[in-house]
Design a protein around this ligand. Structure first.
Ligand code: SF4
Ligand code: SF4
Length: 246
């Protein structure tokens, strides 16, 4: 996995600027959009959560790993030290999002959270508090005007909010633990653990079962796999010490 500037959980400066106020449930905001598809071009910052990948995979009828391999790039976040998945624009097609078809999103009903939110941004705190803010589009075209509550409901964001909160919390918890495993694992074992992280966060999901319960199962599985790798490393250390002493 190659490092890249866009990270999980809004790390590395992504997120709310000081001039973007938080909105209340009944706050009304408006923006203009001509539907040109411009925000789906030249984007290398559409980061997917595990739930985004699961939804896209269900929409496409592909296993999550194949969806990621076909439409995404995966790399290690420079700050989070976690695997980050983002949509990969298609160079041969003017760097368009792979799902942009004649200025329309071909996966509209399963589009990633960041696309559904636009022009809003979302901030989730470690205790699960969710806040939304408005980012001006500077675009012309049809005027859209809505209260925050109506906009979130209309875009299907309110419905998925508990899952997005759990995902954010899980990433924040793992991010806290990352320096520990990076410091203690031998580079070879670390690579194996990072591959297991990718499985737990993105790939180890059956499309026939609800996503959230599989995330929790995967986190338990990941703890078990980490313990096994720690044991394996200890075993190798002991063997090396024994070899050096004879
Ligand atoms: S927000 Fe602006 S760039 Fe994006 S589709 Fe609308 S008009 Fe185009
Ligand atoms: S997934 Fe859809 S909405 Fe999101 S960038 Fe791609 S085409 Fe645009």
């Amino acid at each position: 996995m190659k490092d890249h500037q866009v990270d999980l959980c809004g790390a590395e400066g992504a997120g709310r600027a000081p001039d973007m106020p938080f909105l209340e449930e009944d706050s009304v905001f408006s923006f203009q959009c001509a539907g040109c598809g411009g925000c789906c071009r030249h984007r290398e910052d559409i980061v997917l959560s595990g739930y985004d990948l699961y939804r896209l995979s269900r929409r496409l009828g592909l296993p999550p790993r194949l969806t990621a391999r076909t439409f995404c790039r995966i790399y290690l976040g420079a700050v989070s030290r976690l695997p980050v998945l983002r949509l990969a624009p298609v160079r041969e097609e003017h760097n368009n999002c792979p799902f942009l078809t004649e200025n329309r999103c071909a996966v509209h009903e399963a589009r990633p959270l960041v696309c559904a939110l636009y022009p809003l941004g979302q901030e989730i705190s470690p205790d699960g508090r969710v806040r939304y803010y408005f980012q001006s589009t500077q675009c012309g075209g049809q005027v859209y005007r809505a209260s925050l509550a109506d906009y979130l409901a209309g875009q299907g964001i309110k419905e998925r909010e508990p899952l997005d909160v759990r995902w954010a919390q899980c990433c924040m918890e793992l991010e806290q633990q990352a320096p520990g495993w990076e410091a203690s694992f031998h580079p070879v074992i670390l690579r194996r653990f990072q591959a297991k992280l990718c499985q737990a966060l993105y790939y180890r999901y059956s499309l026939a079962r609800p996503w959230l319960m599989q995330l929790e199962e995967n986190l338990t599985w990941l703890r078990q796999e980490r313990a096994k790798l720690e044991q394996m490393q200890q075993h190798i250390h002991q063997k090396n010490r024994w070899n050096h002493s004879i």
